[in-house]
Design a protein. Structure first.
Length: 304
C-alpha cells in the first residue's frame, strides 16, 4: 500500500520545524549577548588595574547616609587618596540603586562639595573623569562643573570645567596667574549637552600639558575633535581658592554625579573606553538600561 503525506501533514511538519528553528535562534542570541557582556567585563577589569598607580583621588560618593537623605562629609570621602571633602554646601541628596552608576551617588541642585586646593595638580598633566546625569541644561546650569572657584579671573591660578552655559559643548580654562586660556570645546552631534539630558554620560577631560599641550574631551568614550590649545600656560596652576564639584562661580549642576576620579597622567583612549565599559556594565547590572541599549552602546564603541 503506497503511503504519502497529505498537504495538511506537510504543513504541520513545516510549522514544527519553524518553531524549533525559532527557539534555536533565540537561544543563540541569548548566548551571544551573554558572551558580549562577559567579554566587556573581563576587558574592563583587566585594564582598570593598570590605572591604579596613576590614580590621585577617587570619589565614589558613597557613605552611611540613607538614600534620599542629605549628603554629609562622610558621603564624600576619597576612596583612593587623602583628598576628602572639607565641606558640603546646600542640600545635595543621596541616591542609590538604579538611580546611580554603582552603589550610591549624589544629586545636586545649586549644591556643591568643597575640596582642599593643595591636594590638586600644580604642574604636568592630569585627567578628570566622571559619570554625570543632567536633568536640565538651561542657563545658568552647566555641564560637568568642576574646578577652582576663582580661576576665571586674571592674576589668579587654577582650572575649571563647565564655566558658563553653552548648548554646543563645554567651556574649559586653565590659568597660571600670568597666562589665562579659556575656550569652548564643541561636541559633535549626538554628544552635545541637550542630546544627553536625562541620561547617564561618561565624561573625561584631559589637561595635556606635556604632549599635545591641549585640553581634550571624551563623551561616552568618543574623542571629540574640538580641542583647546594651552601651550602658553606653562607655570604652576595651584589656585588660591577652593575646588568644587557641582557649582563653580555660579555655574550649576542640576543632576547627579558618580564615580569621579582624578589621575596624574594623560589617560589614553583605550583606558577611557575601559572605564566607559565598566560604567555600562554597572548600568546594565542595576537594570538602569536594557540589554538592547547596552549592546547598542557596545556596538557603537566597537565600530568607531
Amino acid at each position: 500500500m503506497n503511503k504519502s503525506f497529505t498537504l495538511i501533514e506537510i504543513l504541520v511538519i513545516i510549522v514544527i520545524i519553524g518553531i524549533l528553528s525559532a527557539f534555536i535562534i533565540i537561544s543563540m542570541a541569548g548566548v551571544s549577548s551573554k558572551a558580549a557582556i562577559a567579554k566587556s567585563q573581563a576587558f574592563a577589569n583587566s585594564l582598570r588595574n593598570s590605572l591604579l598607580m596613576n590614580l590621585v583621588s577617587e570619589w565614589k560618593l558613597e557613605g552611611p547616609t540613607a538614600i534620599d537623605g542629605t549628603a554629609t562629609l562622610d558621603d564624600t570621602k576619597d576612596f583612593w587618596g587623602s583628598n576628602d571633602a572639607t565641606s558640603v554646601s546646600g542640600n545635595p541628596m543621596v541616591k542609590g540603586g538604579p538611580d546611580c552608576i554603582s552603589g550610591k551617588c549624589i544629586d545636586f541642585d545649586a549644591d556643591y562639595i568643597v575640596f582642599n586646593q593643595n591636594l590638586f595638580p600644580r604642574l604636568g598633566s592630569w585627567t578628570v573623569e566622571g559619570w554625570f546625569y543632567h536633568k536640565d541644561y538651561t542657563y545658568p546650569r552647566s555641564f560637568m562643573p568642576i574646578g577652582d572657584a576663582n580661576s576665571y579671573s586674571a592674576g589668579n591660578k587654577g582650572w575649571q570645567i563647565g564655566h558658563s552655559y553653552n548648548s554646543s559643548g563645554v567651556r574649559v580654562l586653565i590659568n597660571d596667574g600670568v597666562n589665562l586660556v579659556s575656550g569652548l570645546i564643541t561636541f559633535e552631534s549626538g554628544s552635545r549637552p541637550p542630546d544627553l539630558i536625562n541620561k547617564w554620560c561618561h565624561l573625561v577631560v584631559v589637561f595635556d600639558r606635556t604632549l599635545t599641550k591641549k585640553i581634550i574631551v571624551y563623551v561616552n568614550a568618543k574623542n571629540q575633535s574640538s580641542t583647546l590649545d594651552i601651550a602658553s600656560v606653562t607655570g604652576d596652576v595651584l589656585g588660591n581658592s577652593d575646588v568644587r564639584i557641582g557649582n563653580i562661580a555660579g555655574w550649576l549642576l542640576y543632576g547627579k554625579a558618580d564615580e569621579i576620579r582624578m589621575y596624574n597622567e594623560i589617560v589614553p583612549a583605550a583606558r577611557v573606553e575601559q572605564n566607559y565599559y565598566s560604567g555600562l556594565n554597572n548600568l546594565f547590572k542595576n537594570k538602569s538600561i536594557s540589554r538592547e541599549e547596552y549592546l547598542e552602546n557596545i556596538l557603537n564603541l566597537a565600530t568607531r
